[in-house]
Design a protein around this ligand. Structure first.
Ligand code: DAT
Ligand code: MG
Length: 149
């Protein structure tokens, strides 16, 4: 089954949006298989955002993402990467359509509430950066026979 890495960023935590975000994903039929609450150490931020470290916005991104605790999760489900990217919405909340998490809960690109892996390869990489294999617990949801044909 496909897996992805999702993370409620410090603004989402401070604004009390963890429950709302988790509820949306659970209601969709996706399955949470790992979660933890932590303030990201700087080295892990560099690794997680390796593709962005040279970009002009990186210093701001780094101080924002380390400004408080994040809620880190692994989610599982068929096509989970593309489904969650759609549920999250465009990177810039000003362009994210209503109904998406960023479209409903954020205004500006520098504080866009949630991170989600953008491909299955990225997901695998990000999961391994943030979680040890033993921190991930597979199980069956009792409604799976009404979610999967
Ligand atoms: P996404 O989070 O949608 O995958 P991304 O990987 O391109 O977007 O960028 C990572 C984060 O960096 C993004 O959530 C917000 C920030 N960011 C991206 N582009 C930015 C920009 N032009 N100015 C400020 N912050 C930016
Ligand atoms: Mg990205």
């Amino acid at each position: 089954m496909d897996r992805t890495f999702l993370m409620v960023k410090p603004d989402g935590v401070q604004r009390g949006l963890i429950g709302e975000i988790v509820a949306r994903l659970e209601n969709k039929g996706l399955k949470i298989v790992a979660a933890k609450f932590e303030k990201l150490p700087e080295e892990r931020v560099m690794e997680h955002y390796a593709e962005h470290v040279e970009k002009p916005f990186f210093p701001g991104l780094k101080s924002y993402i380390t400004s408080g605790p994040c809620f880190l999760m692994v989610w599982e489900g068929k096509n989970v990467v593309s489904i969650t990217r759609q549920m999250i919405g465009a990177t810039n909340p000003a362009e994210a359509v209503p109904g998406t998490i960023r479209g409903d809960y954020a205004l500006e690109i520098g504080m866009n509430v949630i991170h989600g892996s953008d491909s299955t390869e990225t997901a695998e990489r990000e999961i391994s950066i943030h979680f040890k294999p033993e921190e991930i617990s597979g199980y069956e949801r009792i409604d799976e026979k009404f979610l999967y044909e």
